[in-house]
Design a protein. Structure first.
Length: 349
């Protein structure tokens, strides 16, 4: 076998000849590599993830802390950054960046007429859609991963205890979440023939999934009880499933489960999705297989009752476990692409 036929060149040729979408995705990524926008994107990600670590490293007044406080910050500092800063950055900003990366992926070529030229080559509409999703996902995830790698190096050099397994899980969930929103945005782009409509629709989906979905699900829970008489565990099972169907909520509960240091992290993460208005006792015992405990404590001379949900000896149901929740989140890639394909396949270009 010659050098030309082996290695990366041979792999590239095999992929190009086997998968029609590969050529499209490769062109998408190559065009992005030559764009200053990709490097700007990498710089933004690096600053967002690195600055909190740099601040904690150089601006924390370590001298004023006792040994116990210093040890606590070192041991739990990375978890605090992941939960309070990084998770919020990912859930709020990554979808917005995904929209700018993918909203014009197909609609721009469709409105300019270049899509007809692309389809005149041996590419089907399915190849174009899949290639655009994969190519634009790479455009977002490559600078995202590079910035996280730089952040990992800074964490290792800082006084905070670096926990590679924990950081690796955060990277995995965050990259999957980013790919979900790229797929949704590119799929929306395949539905519309104008970039302005595709962009508007993408922002509506982002706003609804981030700020409205949870409120809508809570309202559905009230409707099930008040209008249909659905109460107890059935009601809260449906509410929890609808919450987990939101990629934003699925990502948050996965990271909460990952960062929870208790004995039942999955139980605590799923229960935290319910506010005070929910019947948390029913959710704890009848939905998540937990044990509800109430204790009386003295506070300012008055007796107060504090209720907690702990492990009941049986793990949370399999369909609420972390692997299944991850499937709920990633499934949106296929759902969005499938719906977009059937719209895109019948469109008159």
């Amino acid at each position: 076998m010659s050098t030309e036929d082996g290695g990366l060149a041979g792999l590239d040729r095999t992929l190009r000849n086997t998968f029609g979408w590969y050529t499209v995705s490769k062109k998408e990524f190559r065009d992005a590599i030559r764009s200053k926008g990709l490097w700007l994107l990498g710089t933004v990600f690096t600053l967002l993830f690195s600055l909190p670590v740099i601040i904690s490293l150089y601006f924390q007044d370590w001298e004023s802390l006792n040994n116990a406080q210093t040890q606590a910050i070192r041991e739990n500092g990375m978890q605090a950054l992941l939960s309070s800063t990084y998770t919020e950055v990912v859930t709020v900003l990554v979808p917005i960046i995904a929209i700018f990366v993918g909203y014009a992926a197909i609609s721009k070529e469709r409105s300019s007429g270049s899509l007809k030229i692309l389809l005149s080559l041996p590419h089907s509409r399915r190849d174009v859609l899949i290639g655009k999703v994969i190519g634009r996902s790479a455009v977002l995830t490559v600078p995202f991963l590079a910035s996280l790698a730089i952040t990992a190096v800074i964490l290792v050099a800082s006084r905070l205890t670096f926990k590679p397994e924990l950081f690796g899980l955060f990277v995995l969930f965050s990259v999957l979440y980013a790919m979900v929103f790229v797929a949704i945005t590119v799929s929306i782009s395949g539905v519309f023939d104008r970039t302005s409509w595709a962009g508007a629709a993408s922002f509506i989906v982002y706003f609804y999934s981030t700020f409205v979905w949870n409120l809508s699900v809570n309202s559905i829970g009230q409707l099930l009880q008040n209008r249909l008489g659905v109460e107890g565990a059935i009601r809260w099972h449906l509410v929890l499933l609808l919450k987990l169907a939101n990629p934003n909520q699925a990502y948050k509960t996965l990271t909460n489960s990952m960062l929870n240091t208790g004995d039942t992290p999955q139980l605590a993460a799923r229960l935290s999705m319910f506010g005070r208005g929910a019947n948390r006792q029913v959710v704890c015992t009848d939905v998540l297989n937990g044990a509800w405990e109430t204790q009386t404590v003295q506070f300012l001379g008055q007796a107060q009752q504090i209720s907690t949900c702990s492990g009941g000896g049986t793990p949370v149901p399999f369909y609420y476990s972390d692997p299944v929740v991850a499937v709920f989140m990633v499934a949106w890639i296929g759902i969005a692409a499938t719906l977009s394909y059937y719209t895109f396949a019948i469109a008159d270009l």
